[in-house]
Design a binder for this molecule. Structure first.
Ligand code: ZN
Length: 173
């Protein structure tokens, strides 16, 4: 089993303009490309765990989200990194369709982390979860990960460097 790093998407890796789903709105937070490159160079699997309740609220479609994720992965690859996998929760407690309301995957539930850990043989106790919301931190803690709250728009590399040093023995060259 390997350790990994789990990131929230909106307002952590990417700038969130509210139910972000259009490729033309895609933008990284500061220093994210360098941070993702460092993780990849250190052979740390990179996962994204994201609540995408805009699908349940019919603000955007599954296909919109998938196209956005393909674009994000392409941009990460262009930056010399690699997103190993993305897990998303398409549900929302305020969805008009009752079937889209209740679920066991929306953060702060740790379900998405558990699913990725099983699929990719990841040791959650050795892994790190990073996000900008208390629900991200709770999901990480429920999963047994080291969890860190990111302040949106702060430089990701500066934020991540001591975390990578502490948990992965990685230092920027
Ligand atoms: Zn869900």
């Amino acid at each position: 089993m390997r350790p990994a790093i789990f990131f929230d998407r909106d307002n952590t890796l990417t700038i969130d303009k509210g139910y972000c789903h259009k490729i033309e709105d895609f933008a990284w937070m500061p220093e994210v490309e360098a941070a993702l490159r460092l993780c990849h160079q250190a052979a740390i699997p990179i996962f994204i765990v994201t609540n995408q309740g805009g699908i349940a609220r019919q603000i955007f479609s599954y296909d919109d989200m998938t196209a956005f994720h393909h674009h994000l992965c392409d941009k990460a690859a262009a930056a010399g990194s690699h997103i190993t996998d993305i897990a998303y929760c398409p549900h929302h407690p305020k969805a008009s369709d009752p079937a889209a309301r209740l679920c066991d995957c929306r953060k702060p539930a740790p379900t998405m982390l558990h699913q990725l850990a099983t699929k990719w043989d990841i040791s959650l106790a050795q892994s790190v979860m990073i996000g900008d919301r208390p629900s991200d931190i709770l999901a990480g803690q429920y999963a047994g990960c080291h969890s860190y709250l990111y302040e949106p728009h702060s430089p990701m590399m500066r934020f991540l460097a001591p975390i990578l040093a502490a948990h992965f023995g990685v230092t920027p060259s």
